[in-house]
Structures are given as C-alpha cells and as structure tokens.
Design a protein around this ligand. Sequence first.
Ligand code: NDP
Length: 291
Amino acid sequence: MTAKLMDGKKVAQTIREDVKRRVDQLAASGVKPGLAVILVGDDPASRTYVNSKKRTCEKLGMRSDLIEYPETVTESELLSAVHRLNGDPGIHGILVQLPLPRQIDETAIINAIRPEKDVDGFHPINAGRLLTGGEGFIPCTPNGIMKLLEFYGIGVEGKNAVVIGRSNIVGKPAGLLLLRKNATVTFCHSRTENLQEITRQADIIIAAAGRPGMLRGDDIKEGAVVIDVGINRKPDGKLTGDAAFDELEPKASFITPVPGGVGPMTIAMLMANTVRSAENSLLKDKQAETM
Ligand code: NDP
C-alpha cells in the first residue's frame, strides 16, 4: 500500500474560498472582518507565522492589524492592548502570538481576551465549550485536522484514534474533537509507557509531540491514517514533521506531508473563525436593533 497524500494546501484553498464568499456577503452589510495580532519580541518563526496570517487576511479582503511590542513589554501593557482591542468594534478576532516572554503570564493574557473574539479558541470558556459539546471557537490546528479527515472521506466513528501530545493547543482539543465524532481516543505523552504498542493499535494517529521523525514505520499498523502536526526545523533549515515520512508512506493509507499538510489548514481555520466572529457580531447588532 502507498499512502494517499492529504494535501493541506488544496483543502485550505477550499476553506479560503468559502471565507472569501462570506467576507463579500458581510461587505454588503458594511462589515469588514478584522483580526488583530499581538506580536512580542523578534522571534523569526513567530514573525513568519504572523506575516503569513496578515497576508492571508489581506488577500481575503479582511482587516489585519499587527500590534508589536519589544521583548521587554510588561504584562500590564499587554493587558491594556487586549482591553482596547476587546472594545474595538472593527476587530472581531484577537490573537496573541505565543510563546510570550517569561515575565508575562500567558494565561492572564489569554483569559483577558473576550471569548467572542478569541479566534484561537484558547480562552477557558471556549475550551470548556469544546469539552462540554457547546458552540464556541475551536483551536485552529485541531479544527483543520478534522476538516482534512472530512475532505478525504475518512470516517472517524468507532475508530481507534491515538493522539501523541496533550497540549491545550493541539493534542487535547484534537482528541476531544475526535471523541465528539465518536472515535475511541487514547492520549499519549512523554510519560506514556509502551508507546509503540499503543500506536500499533491505531486506525488514526495524530502526531503532535514536536519530536522530528519520532513516529517510525514499525510504530503503525498497515493502513493507518497518519496526521503529522509536528513542525521541526532541521539543521539545514528545512522543515520536517514528527513522522518519518519515507518509512510511513508505504504502510499508511493516508498521510499528511510536512510542509503542506496540517500547517496551511491552521491559517485557513483562523480566517474561518474570524469571519464567523464578524457574522456573529453582525447578527447580534441586528437582534439588538429589533428589540
Ligand atoms: P507542546 O510542546 O506544547 O506539546 C508537546 C506534547 O508532546 C506534550 O504533551 C508532550 O508530553 C508530548 N511529547 C513530547 N515528547 C514526546 C515523546 N517522546 N513521546 C510522546 N509524547 C511526547 O507542543 P504543541 O502541542 O504546541 O505542538 C506540537 C508540535 O506541533 C510542534 O512541533 C509544533 O511546532 C507543531 N505545531 C504545528 C502547528 C501547525 O499548524 N501545523 C500548530 C501548532 C503546533 P508532556 O505533556 O508529557 O510534556
């Protein structure tokens, strides 16, 4: 068996087309979805991500504000910026590029974002809604993974899904989304014993550990679906995933490449969340008018 490649660039394009159509619809009501990104410091990887988010926003006709602070910024300065954006009616999504410097309590900053503008889906209210099955913003990377599975017609119900990684950003929400779709989910992490025994049982594996090439050919069963979330930079500067692609491709039924798999989906889902936030706020305004 040679795995079918799950083309994140192609699927992300379909998501962006839908976002563009909705942006045009909102324009007819005089609304332009706005995303504000707060960037602290000069980390090149963070800057690359932020620039790419900004470019995508602009291509889709959305407003994009980049608010930059030096590495020495204080927590109260960042909190003031978040409060200002919370109150700005032209901003529908607020994103704080992580990680933040040591002197800043990341949780305090994320908790200060109004949940209706938390397009990253990291606020505890949105995380709680995901846990309890309510409507809220879902973190972009796991949401993108689910869209990829859906696009390629990969059924999840009843399947044995193994998630390697338990971060609040990727692993946990990915597992919860799979559970919502009735998969049987196992979470693995750095303390997991006999990881290989577990991954070999998996129909679907989400590799999100940030460990280059850790998932090897012998770690999966024939026909497994491999979603590689990892983004790791090799000494030559090229990107590589958590999956040893060359070993897994002959054995898996589907696999995502790195780059070009989950990565493009993350930004597309951020755009989708931002346009949804703008739609929600327009609906709220209309409801307020009729009251
Ligand atoms: P974190 O570092 O926050 O979490 C990594 C998780 O992997 C932890 O739960 C850790 O366990 C677990 N882990 C680490 N080593 C092992 C191991 N040897 N065996 C099993 N589990 C292990 O990372 P993130 O969740 O933020 O990101 C994961 C990867 O995904 C990174 O490469 C990141 O760059 C990438 N990423 C990609 C995105 C995309 O758009 N494609 C978006 C976001 C992230 P423990 O909890 O015990 O420490």
